[in-house]
Design a binder for this molecule. Structure first.
Ligand code: HEC
Length: 135
């Protein structure tokens, strides 16, 4: 009786942890669109996106840092050797100047982990042409 209860409690807590982990890893693209308002003064995404103060951010996942043609990156960004993926973006968006010392991205970073996860989920939706990819 006791051990049966312990097992079901264990199963329940594993299920809970798994769901929390999944929510964290995935992020919420709709919430991320709101977070992107903070980036939008400098960055664009979507089919008509152009580089402005910052480079356009289409097809960001798997993109090499400093690779948008015609955009005048800092040497720090161009030479960072980063290929943007979820783990590198998580660190970068928390504190851009710590991840890429000397970057000209004048943004202090996002404080909330959920904002970081959500904005990455939002940006991950756009392929290199800015079309939405359903995942
Ligand atoms: C005040 C303007 C500004 C804001 C706000 C800003 N950025 Fe940037 N961002 C830049 C600039 C400028 C660069 C180019 C950095 C360099 O060359 O050193 C950049 C670079 C980047 C890069 C690297 C792109 C590449 O091609 O290597 C990513 C990713 C990025 N920003 C994401 C974001 C996200 C996400 C936000 C919002 C949470 C944001 N930025 C907010 C100006 C900004």
């Amino acid at each position: 009786m006791f051990s049966k209860m312990r097992i079901s409690m264990l199963v329940a807590s594993f299920a809970f942890l798994a769901s929390v982990g999944a929510a964290n890893a995935a992020g919420d693209p709709a919430a991320g669109e709101k977070v992107f308002a903070k980036c939008h003064i400098c960055h664009q995404v979507g089919p008509t996106a152009k580089s402005a103060i910052g480079p356009e951010l289409n097809g960001l996942i798997g993109r090499h840092s400093g690779s948008v043609e015609g955009y005048a990156y800092s040497d720090a960004n161009k030479n960072s050797g980063i290929v943007w993926d979820v783990p590198t973006l998580e660190v970068y968006l928390k504190n851009p100047r710590a991840k890429v010392p000397g970057t000209k991205m004048m943004f202090p970073g996002l404080q909330k982990q959920s904002d970081i996860d959500d904005v990455i989920a939002y940006l991950s939706q756009f392929d290199a042409k800015g079309e939405m990819v359903k995942k």
